[in-house]
Design a protein around this ligand. Structure first.
Ligand SMILES: Nc1ncnc2c1ncn2[C@@H]1O[C@H](COP(=O)(O)OP(=O)(O)OP(=O)(O)O)[C@@H](O)[C@H]1O
Length: 197
């Protein structure tokens, strides 16, 4: 059986960038495990690339069909945003290795669904001050910056990724993204390769 490499970390730790670097490496040959979300599409995002952009009606339909593996909701200042993973037959662990991104909770649900041996956690860390700076810089570039939401997420991260929760989820290895993105990506790739050989 193949593996699902699952990237996690607080907001603005660099998950999306690391995900992209791994997904675009032909040597690793990882298939993207694309999540679904009901949140509005951001500029430059494409349906089916970052997420499948959907709505609550479709989510309910998939729930009824028993196809939702895990789901979470964020009560944002712009309304409730759902993020979920659905198994519509596209995940074939006999043939392919996958790359996913999510929270500690979704990681735990995935592990229950696919089995512990299939999931490889990749936990990314960035020092809090640096992370806030990067988050703010990123938000400023948006057409309609949402600083209230940025702050809400930043504070929520402390509880969602408390040291106790990280230990509880069985995360042992951590990857620092305090330096250059390239250095962090290289460390992660090195780790992933160990499972592919
Ligand atoms: N090593 C780095 N050095 C400088 N800037 C970085 C580094 N890594 C990431 N960034 C920048 O930090 C910001 C956050 O990165 P990214 O969007 O990949 O984080 P994320 O963890 O996916 O965030 P979120 O969970 O909030 O969507 C981006 O603007 C990115 O360009």
């Amino acid at each position: 059986m193949k593996k699902i490499f699952y990237i996690m970390g607080k907001s603005a730790t660099g998950k999306d960038h690391i995900y992209r670097a791994l997904a675009e490496d032909p040597e690793l040959d990882l298939s993207r495990l694309v999540l679904y979300t009901t949140r509005p599409r951001r500029e430059k995002e494409e349906n089916g690339r970052e997420y499948f952009f959907t709505d609550q009606e479709r989510l309910q339909q998939l729930r009824t069909e028993g196809k939702v593996i895990e789901e979470r909701v964020y009560h944002t200042v712009s309304g409730d945003w759902y993020y979920f993973t659905a198994d519509e037959g596209q995940i074939d662990l006999k043939q392919r290795n996958y790359l996913g991104i999510g929270t500690l909770e979704s990681y735990e649900r995935m592990r229950e669904y696919f089995g512990g041996g299939q999931l490889v956690p990749i936990y990314i860390e960035t020092e809090d001050g640096l992370r806030l700076e990067r988050a703010l810089k990123r938000e400023k570039k948006q057409k309609n910056p949402n600083y209230e939401e940025l702050c809400r997420r930043y504070l929520a991260d402390c509880a969602d990724f408390s040291p106790e929760r990280i230990t509880e989820a069985g995360i042992e290895r951590r990857f620092s993204n305090n330096g250059t993105l390239e250095a962090c990506v290289e460390n992660v790739k090195h780790y992933v390769r160990c499972f592919l050989s």
